[in-house]
Design a protein around this ligand. Structure first.
Ligand code: MRU
Length: 352
């Protein structure tokens, strides 16, 4: 089945990175071209591009942009300078490990290439294009594995946006929705609004509506109400970083959904590529949680919605403990508890 949303969210074009400007969706659906290294750092930090796999690709593109800026340096200067810039690119956002993963793939090339400056730049471009293509293939595999556990006519709740717009294309959690819908067009989606930045309302409903997949928008606090009424059959969300024991960081509010799902005996799945799993950390306690601008909470559409002089805390992500997760849907199949074992097995099958 062909979906209208099949355009690439982010792609390398000749000498620049072309991406959907997600900060203005759904008011506008436009592309921006990012042409410099610092410009890419800012695009990631300010969420022109967002979603773990998409910012991974953006980071890989950022390294190429810096490499192009340094092209006149002698090789002996170029390599340490570019390695520095690549490390800097990794600091643009802290939680989604796909960013570090993809930039590290570029770092491997910089460190191991036998080419001159021009050759290294070309290798970095080819690698980024390979990562882009792999992302879509991986998401389709995730989608197809996930579709196997979607009951006929299911209502699937999702939180935030783990869709085509959070990846190069097709999506992870929404990849599961797309693959399930291709087999059974009676399934439907409940999308949490996802305060404070409303990725569920702004982006998930936008891309599902574009593909004609039925979607009902609810506010974050409503999920347990609909679960109790028997109106939600399963939950599928994406992930920004998964620890070796399966603890999963995703958009703030995901943990609340997982607790409500457990209470109501509703399966709760994570859909994510293996590149989102950080086997270097034992548990979710070690996942760095981004603290975002207070204005995201105090203001809506530029207008203050609360009293002056109050305290604000705005963590961008929370960690869902592994015991609340029914399965982690990856490109190598669905990982089940005990996650320490199933994750280690998935990594040992072959290298990624
Ligand atoms: O702050 P964002 O919008 O980048 O957060 C995105 C999420 O939390 C997504 O659910 C996650 O990155 C998975 S994307 C396939």
């Amino acid at each position: 089945m062909e979906f209208k949303s099949k355009i690439k969210t982010i792609e390398w074009v000749d000498t620049y990175s072309k991406m959907v400007d997600q900060s203005v969706v759904p008011y506008e659906y436009k592309f921006v071209n990012i042409t410099g290294g610092q410009e890419m750092f800012d695009a990631i930090r300010n969420m022109i591009v967002r979603g773990a796999p998409a910012i991974g690709i953006a980071g890989a593109h950022g390294v190429i942009l810096y490499a192009q800026e340094g092209r006149d340096k002698p090789l002996s200067e170029f390599i340490p300078w570019l390695l520095d810039k690549a490390e800097y690119m990794k600091t643009s956002r802290p939680t989604a490990v796909n960013l570090m993963w993809a930039v590290d793939k570029q770092i491997d090339i910089i460190k191991n290439s036998k080419s001159d400056v021009k050759g290294i730049i070309e290798e970095l471009k080819q690698n980024a294009i390979k990562l882009e293509n792999e992302d879509i293939e991986i998401n389709k595999k995730i989608g197809d594995y996930g579709a196997e556990v979607v009951p006929k006519g299911a209502a699937i709740l999702t939180h935030c946006n783990a869709g085509a717009l959070a990846t190069v294309g097709y999506g992870t959690a929404l990849g599961v929705v797309r693959s399930a819908y291709a087999k059974d067009n009676t399934i439907r989606v409940f999308a949490d609004e996802t305060r404070p930045r409303q990725q569920g309302a702004r982006i998930t409903t936008f891309e599902l509506a574009m593909d004609g997949i039925p979607v009902t928008l609810i506010t974050d606090g409503m999920c347990s109400y609909f679960m109790k009424k028997g109106m939600i059959d399963m939950v599928v969300v994406g992930a920004d970083r998964i620890a070796a024991n399966g603890d999963t960081a995703n958009k703030i509010g995901t943990y609340t959904v997982a607790i409500a799902a457990k209470y109501h005996n509703i399966p709760f799945y994570i859909a994510a590529p293996l590149s989102t799993i950080d086997i270097s950390i034992k548990s979710g306690d070690e996942i760095p949680i981004e603290e975002r601008s207070h204005e995201e909470v105090t203001h809506i559409n530029g207008k203050r919605i609360c009293a002056e002089g109050i305290n604000i805390i705005n963590p961008g992500f929370d960690v869902t403990p592994n015991e609340l997760i029914t399965g982690i849907i990856t490109e190598k199949g669905i990982l089940r508890p005990d996650y320490n074992k199933s994750i280690a097995d998935a990594f040992n099958k072959d290298s990624i």
